[in-house]
Design a protein around this ligand. Structure first.
Ligand code: FAD
Length: 422
């Protein structure tokens, strides 16, 4: 049993899903700069316990590694095993050893991981939301039995191949194809190219979206079963952001994939439904990155003195930057918690809600991290201060899984009823 599973059960026994409301009068009355709108009061005891587990792991095990990983662009795949042993992978899945926690709890995990680095969160999100998620949602019982447990333990690494060199924002135009294999009975043959794929160079299991008779289908490719020359996954090196994660291509040349490895979903609904979960995780995650920027900037501004020995934090312009960032982080967190609650409700959510929080939280986190960076002066250029890393990462979070302007078009379409994509 994973640590998270046991903690979760303990917390469940204690509180089930009772909200934490027994705070002292004084703590209610005092403004907490690191939780301005008392988001903690909206969490169950179980969620707080999960958040604490994730926070301790990230601070103790990920933070000491991140600078070296970022400098050398080296992703240590044992991180996924560590996360798996704590039950942090596929956390909302209820079977195959996964803890089955709430969507808000899963968001709190991404927030803690991204407080360290968006690249670490990306590697985890791909595994949880974009590989385990669709297998759980669209897989047969046999497919789930075959892949979910190993992925949940981090023993297998997964990747999600949707984007192609010529088709990013418009995946419906993808060129990767599947057709009945010309010589192997019971197999499809996949050909095409995917690019900017997180985890692809180290993935054991590659979930690739391809067109079969013009219809988009999901195929689970097992690297170990691919004949030489049919699957290549070269790394894309020298990135300017997300350097603590590994990114590559997927090149398929008549790659044989057994028919039983095809998921039971047709059309863009397949990739988009799991992207919704991943985007929800990003909306929570970038709040963690922004909160780390705020905390580091506050500490720096209180220590650094300029003009008459005053700390930078005493100056109005500096305080305004902190106030603006803190306000948007707090609003963003409350919005993400609300969408998480709706996601788990019987009514379910409209995908546009995810577009709204993904876009807003990414845009605000990128804007404010960049503004707070100014407070570090020349020191901002040193990676030891961490803020420049967050800024570079947050550009990517604004771009992938639907660039912000694309989410604006999704929202605009829902508001007006008019399509503005083409
Ligand atoms: C580090 C990293 C990791 C990634 N990981 C993965 C992964 O694991 N799996 C995966 O499948 N993909 C992944 N991606 C790809 C990512 O999802 C795409 O980069 C993203 O969808 C944007 O596609 P694009 O780069 O082709 O940009 P384009 O689609 O070419 O868009 C370029 C610009 O044009 C704008 N634009 C496009 N169309 C319109 C329009 N109709 N109206 C107005 N503006 C428009 C966009 O908003 C954007 O600003 C990753 C990317 C990066 C950088």
């Amino acid at each position: 049993m994973s640590f998270l599973t046991s903690t979760t059960r303990r917390a469940s026994r204690l509180a089930s899903s009772r909200l934490i409301s027994s705070r002292s009068a004084s703590s209610r009355a005092t403004f907490q700069w690191d939780d301005p709108l008392s988001s903690q009061t909206l969490l169950t005891e179980e969620e707080v316990s999960i958040q604490e587990t994730a926070h301790a792991y990230c601070q103790d095990r990920l933070l000491p590694r991140v600078l070296d990983a970022y400098r050398t662009e080296n992703y240590d795949r044992s991180i996924l095993q560590e996360m798996g042993s704590l039950g942090l992978l596929g956390p909302t899945i209820k079977t195959h050893g996964c803890p089955g926690v709430s969507s808000v709890a899963s968001g709190l995990i991404t927030r803690e991981v991204e407080r360290i680095d968006s690249g670490y969160r990306s590697g985890m999100s791909v595994q949880s939301s974009l590989v385990m998620g669709p297998i759980d949602q669209f897989g047969s019982p046999a497919q789930k039995d075959r892949w979910l447990e190993k992925l949940g333990k981090g023993e297998s690494v997964g990747c999600f191949g949707l984007t192609e060199p010529n088709h990013g924002s418009d995946p419906g135009s993808m060129e990767t194809t599947a057709r009945p294999h010309p010589t192997k009975k019971g197999y499809y043959s996949l050909s095409g190219s995917k690019t900017w794929i997180t985890n692809s160079p180290i993935a054991d299991i590659l979930l690739v979206w391809a067109k079969l008779d013009g219809q988009i289908k999901g195929f689970v490719i097992e690297r170990a079963a691919c004949p030489p020359g049919t699957l290549e996954t070269p790394a894309l090196k020298n990135k300017t952001g997300l350097r603590a994660s590994i990114t590559g291509m997927i090149q398929l040349d008549n790659c044989p994939v057994p028919e039983e490895n095809m998921l039971n979903v047709t059309g863009l609904k397949g990739p988009f439904s799991c992207l919704n979960s991943a985007r929800f995780g990003i909306a929570f995650g970038v709040v963690g990155a922004l909160e780390d920027c705020i905390e580091r900037t506050r500490t720096y501004a209180l220590e650094r003195k300029q003009f008459q020995n005053n700390p930078l934090a005493k100056y109005q312009l500096v305080q305004k930057k902190l106030a603006d960032a803190s306000t948007d982080a707090a609003y963003g967190l409350l919005a993400a918690i609300q969408v998480g609650r709706v996601k788990d409700s019987e009514a379910g959510l409209a995908p546009e809600m995810i577009s709204m929080i993904k876009r807003q939280n990414c845009d605000r986190a990128l804007h404010h991290s960049r503004t707070l960076q100014e407070i570090f002066g020349g020191n901002a250029v040193s990676d030891e201060y961490h803020i420049g890393r967050h800024v570079a990462n947050l550009f990517v979070t604004q771009t992938y899984e639907g660039q912000s302007d694309i989410h604006a078009l999704i929202l605009g379409r829902a508001i007006t009823g008019l399509q503005a994509f083409f």
